[in-house]
Design a protein around this ligand. Sequence first.
Ligand code: C2E
Ligand code: MG
Ligand code: MG
Ligand code: MG
Length: 292
Amino acid sequence: HTKNNGRNGFSVYRPDMNPMGKSQVQLKNELWRALYHNELRLFYQPKNDAGSGQIIGYEALVRWQHPVRGLLSPDKFLPVAEKSGMIIQVGEWVLNEACRQLAIWHAQGNTELSVSVNLSALQFEQEMLAQVVLNALTTNNVPPEKMILEITETTAMRSPKETIRILTILKEHGIQVSIDDFGTGYSSLLYLQSMPASELKIDRAFVREINNNHTDTRLLAMIIELAKNMNLNIVAEGVETEEQQRQLTELGCNILQGFYFSRPVPPEQLVLPEIMVKPPAQVKLDLVPDTG
Ligand code: C2E
Ligand code: MG
Ligand code: MG
Ligand code: MG
């Protein structure tokens, strides 16, 4: 069997996969229940403009409020969701919920905010992906320009032609694309140039090394320089210290994200940006010259 088995839309079983163990099967069944009983949650982490510090959007990160095991992070259940193919349903829920939240922020006056949603490789094997994304946007009446889809460098490399085809459709509708965890995979910036992306997210591994490893920092500087020439927004993820914030800004990252600014939090705990809309000019009727 080749690694390309099951590239036909909704196929979920791959001969090259390890079969799921008993506990994984149980988790999968529980995940079905979780979808029905609305146990999934989206937490949000702000993305800050490096220059002004202004919040420009939020990344949605999925959690599972498990009735017995408590709040589960994605690494506890996304692998099973991927393995079982349920990531398709989970992903659709995430897209809809993120758009619903975006509509709320916009209705509150923060119409400049964007939302970033992570997509898994399996979602890209879904013929209908573009339609699923567009449905979520139109149902919630939010502008496609404010939706950023994050795909990892590794996902983008898996079936490059098909990925580019789907991303091109999405881009034609105004949706933005971000290459997540950049620097961890094996793609080249040259390949990246053929991707309809508008953003590059530098992996946390680089950010962590910025003060320790001179070679990594030089490499990072080069990546940023090239990405800038490609007109990409450059996001640094996993910024934890003021020092990292300063250095990454100096290196040319224009968007920063990380615990230094905020951990991912549920929407009710979010600090929303100050609304930048100017108050309407006061109409002073008594100053209207009397022409009578
Ligand atoms: P990611 O998209 O690269 O998200 C960044 C991860 O790093 C998040 O972990 C976030 O909580 C964490 N993080 C953010 N800032 C910092 C920091 O300053 N320091 C440290 N140490 N960590 C930081 P999380 O929420 O556990 O998500 C892990 C991964 O799970 C995500 O990585 C993403 O690949 C995946 N994921 C999360 N939500 C979804 C989803 O809705 N759909 C899909 N397909 N994948 C998701
Ligand atoms: Mg991400
Ligand atoms: Mg990332
Ligand atoms: Mg990551």
